[in-house]
Design a protein around this ligand. Structure first.
Ligand SMILES: [Ca+2]
Length: 533
């Protein structure tokens, strides 16, 4: 049975009371009560409330993460077709983050950043996919476990890669709970009953023990069952086709199939929430719903544009969020979750954990400046000769996306020459799909050529997108005289951040990402990672 959870005698975090309000951070949706409109007489009261301990017992954590879902694709974020009642509920009863970004648009590195609370450039091999996460990098899961939490995961935890070379024997997401299978599995999707496995985990939690569970689905990672969206009665006419894709029946159907998989994830979140309610645990559980990065489509996943890096994020915490039902405009990276979870458990994040706790946001004011997110990528897949990656870094603000490509002579989406790719896939950074195939097959045709170039073509060292004029990030204005000062200041700001957080690409020293081992599947005879010269 799960009963009262007592306060633990562990390293108690010196609770920092926020004194400096960032008034643009939270806008209430439900009651027209934005923080900025608080009368001065109310502020001392608010601070009094928010400075008191938020909970007398340490909260549980249910972390729900889909695999490859873009920001746009939830009901709460405005998509007219997709049905995500669980995400929408968490947003409605908690906070909906409008500017949440993964740390890297690639599964393993993004998950490593989430677990360690550090950007990928601080994580050595873990900056690459199909790699490892060295044991020297502390994870929030391990620290919570040490302090008494029960830790578990189901589905996709830290993945893909190999644990042993990093000195680990257990998935960093926790002990795996498996065994529950769906009575009727759906084509193209895993048969794992993620919510059922969470139930099994809950039954094992001790009476006075807080828990932290990672519910990671394999959906909406490809492949999809072709045509399942149409067969489920979804209306292709209502699909919003981002202008980075051709608008035709093939692409619309591909998008519908993707949405069916997102809905499968959402149905698992709904059941997991129901389990919490049944156990009377809902209000003292921090529920996070998000994705590791954006959709598996061209110029999305494995790119630093919004379609690849901006993710849905909603957080519900009945006992810890002061203004539930609000939209959060502040910029956050998913790595910010690790120090948040530790602070919730009254632990002090280690100094190496450079990401920043979201507690200030939960309390309705934040002493931390949050007007930018940072995104990075090294080797995504084995898509270039000798295992070379596509190193790049970006800063995303309200008005601009600035990208710095460190090796602009390499193919950003992987080489067109399949024979130099580990899995013999041309432009292999982009998952095979009907949309990709259409773009490749029609790339010389009018109207498709420019989109194919955006997806597959070479990119200059610097890219700058003016999001007020070009929200879909299709017109690079780097190099234009009018934007010179903005370009310079964003480059400076990005490089300052990289320097501050010791990115070897900036501070000098050994840069190893092109040469770390690749543990992914290799089907091209003779393909291997070239040793460092
Ligand atoms: Ca993924």
């Amino acid at each position: 049975m799960l009963g009262f959870r007592g306060r633990h005698d562990i390293i108690v975090n010196s609770f920092q009371c926020p004194i400096q309000s960032k008034p643009w951070i939270i806008v209430s949706r439900t009651n027209s009560f934005p923080v900025r409109s608080l009368a001065p007489s109310i502020v001392p009261f608010l601070l009094l409330v928010t400075c008191a301990p938020l909970h007398a017992e340490r909260p549980n954590i249910l972390f729900c993460i889909s695999d490859d879902q873009s920001y746009a694709h939830t009901g709460a974020n405005g998509d007219p077709v997709i049905k995500t009642p669980a995400f929408d509920r968490v947003a409605r009863e908690g906070l909906r983050f409008v500017h949440a970004f993964c740390d890297a648009p690639t599964c393993g590195p993004s998950r490593s950043a989430i677990l360690t609370g550090q950007p990928i450039w601080r994580l050595e091999e873990a900056g690459n996919i199909h790699s490892t996460l060295p044991a020297k990098f502390a994870t929030y899961t391990h620290l919570l476990k040490k302090s008494g939490y029960k830790i578990g995961f189901t589905g996709k935890g830290w993945s893909p890669g190999r644990l042993e070379p990093g000195g680990r024997s257990v998935n960093p997401a926790g002990r795996e709970y498996t065994g529950k299978q769906l009575a009727e599995s759906k084509k193209g999707m895993s048969a794992k009953d993620y919510a059922g496995n969470f139930e099994r985990f809950l039954a094992k939690v001790g009476e006075h023990q807080p828990f932290c569970f990672w519910l990671g689905t394999h959906e909406p990672h490809r492949g999809f069952e072709a045509g399942v969206g149409l067969r489920n009665g979804k209306d292709p006419a209502k699909v919003v086709v981002p202008p980075i894709f051709p608008d035709n029946d093939i692409v619309r159907s591909d998008l519908l199939d993707y949405m069916v998989e997102v809905e499968h994830f959402d149905s698992m979140v709904a059941r997991a929430i129901k389990s919490l309610e049944n156990a009377s645990l809902l209000d003292n559980t921090i529920i996070v719903v998000t994705s590791d990065h954006g959709m598996p489509f061209p110029r999305a996943k494995a790119s630093l544009y919004d379609a690849g890096s901006r993710v849905p994020l909603a957080i519900r915490w009945g006992k810890g969020i002061v203004h539930p039902g609000s939209d959060v405009e502040a910029f956050v990276n998913l790595s910010d979750l690790a120090p948040t979870f530790l602070q919730a458990a009254e632990l002090t994040p280690p100094a190496a954990m450079t990401a920043r706790s979201l507690f200030g946001i939960f309390q309705g004011s934040d002493s931390v400046s949050r007007d930018a997110a940072y995104i990075a990528m090294e080797r995504h897949d084995g898509c270039r000769i000798g295992g070379l990656g596509y190193p790049c870094r970006a800063i995303r603000t309200q008005d601009y996306l600035y990208i710095h490509n460190f090796e602009p002579t390499r193919w950003p989406s992987g080489s067109p020459d399949a024979s130099v790719c580990a899995r013999s896939i041309p432009y292999g950074e982009i998952d095979s799909s009907p949309t990709k195939t259409f773009l490749m097959e029609h790339r010389h045709k009018h109207r498709v050529a420019r989109l194919a170039e955006l997806a597959f073509g070479m990119r200059p060292r610097e890219e700058l997108y003016d999001l007020n004029e070009d929200p879909q990030q299709m017109h690079n204005v780097a190099g234009s005289t009018a934007m010179a000062e903005i370009q310079r200041s964003l480059r400076q700001r990005l490089f300052d951040q990289l320097k501050r957080t010791k990115d070897p690409r900036i501070i000098g020293g050994s840069v190893e990402w092109d040469h770390y081992p690749y543990y992914g599947r290799i089907s091209t005879k003779g393909w291997s990672v070239a040793p460092k010269p």
